[in-house]
Design a protein around this ligand. Structure first.
Ligand code: GLP
Length: 244
């Protein structure tokens, strides 16, 4: 595991954007895994800047988002599809054919999860998986539990996760869907390179548990320790509780 500690959240986002830009230049048909949440917003604006300033070309890149809420059409402002359009896809030259999210409004979410997993396989698997971490240690919508699911599946969200996503639902966490479709921990760990980004003091405790604590299903992000090619981008605040 490599850990890069940058002075500020902005510096962490920009450094990670440079790593992604370099990977795309080396491999224009890169397959990316992409997260949502507050943390990657700065990353996406840094990628948009690189597209505008140095013609970073996304035309041949394929992207699979990690998760989506069940029950929301892509047009719903709280959907991760709307988030991705707002923060990235509207501003760069991604091919709509190659930018994927699970269909939140699919009639059969279980079937949609299986279809999504198969689509990732068909694309040749994920080259570079960019991940955030929930304050409870979740990755995607893989919540702390006594057992975890390997493949893309329908997951029940904890009240904590629903609360931290309430902003796009009039601030009312009860309006946040109760379930999501998410890549499983196997889907995430099968990526050839995994990059975790976490910023801010509110993540310091969970970052130290995930990276330095025991590998345990009640901290899903701790499973990343088992990945042979893991890079972690932190700002100083999020790194504040690491012992080394
Ligand atoms: C959300 C997403 C995760 C994300 C996490 C952290 O619920 N499903 O993929 O990594 O929460 O979000 P934030 O960056 O807002 O702390």
């Amino acid at each position: 595991m490599r850990i890069a500690i940058l002075p500020t959240p902005l510096a962490a986002a920009r450094t990670l954007a440079d790593v992604i830009a370099e990977a795309i230049r080396r491999q224009p048909a890169l397959v990316l895994g992409l997260p949502t949440g507050k943390t990657p917003i700065a990353l996406y604006s840094a990628l948009v800047e690189r597209h505008q300033a140095s013609r970073l070309d996304f035309r041949r890149v394929t992207a699979f988002n990690i998760d989506e809420f069940v029950g929301l059409p892509a047009e719903h402002p709280g959907s991760f599809a709307a988030y991705m359009a707002r923060h990235l896809y509207r501003h760069v030259n991604f091919s709509p054919r190659r930018s994927h999210l699970p269909a939140g409004d699919a009639r059969n979410p279980q079937q949609e999860a299986a279809r999504y997993e198969a689509a990732i396989d068909r694309a040749g698997g994920i080259d570079l998986m960019v991940l955030g971490i929930g304050r409870n240690g979740h990755i995607g919508f893989n919540e702390p539990a006594s057992s975890l699911v390997s493949d893309t599946h329908v997951a029940r969200l904890t009240p904590e996760t629903r609360r931290s996503n309430a902003d796009a639902f009039d601030g009312d966490w009860r309006k946040v869907p109760r379930t999501g479709i998410t890549m499983g921990v196997g889907t995430l760990l099968r990526a050839r390179h995994v990059i975790l980004i976490a910023t801010g003091a509110s993540k310091a405790r969970i970052v130290s548990r995930a990276l330095e604590g025991p590998i345990a299903t009640n901290v899903p992000a701790s499973l990343l320790q088992a990945h042979p090619n893991l890079t972690v981008f932190l700002d100083r605040a999020a790194a504040g509780r690491l012992s080394r």
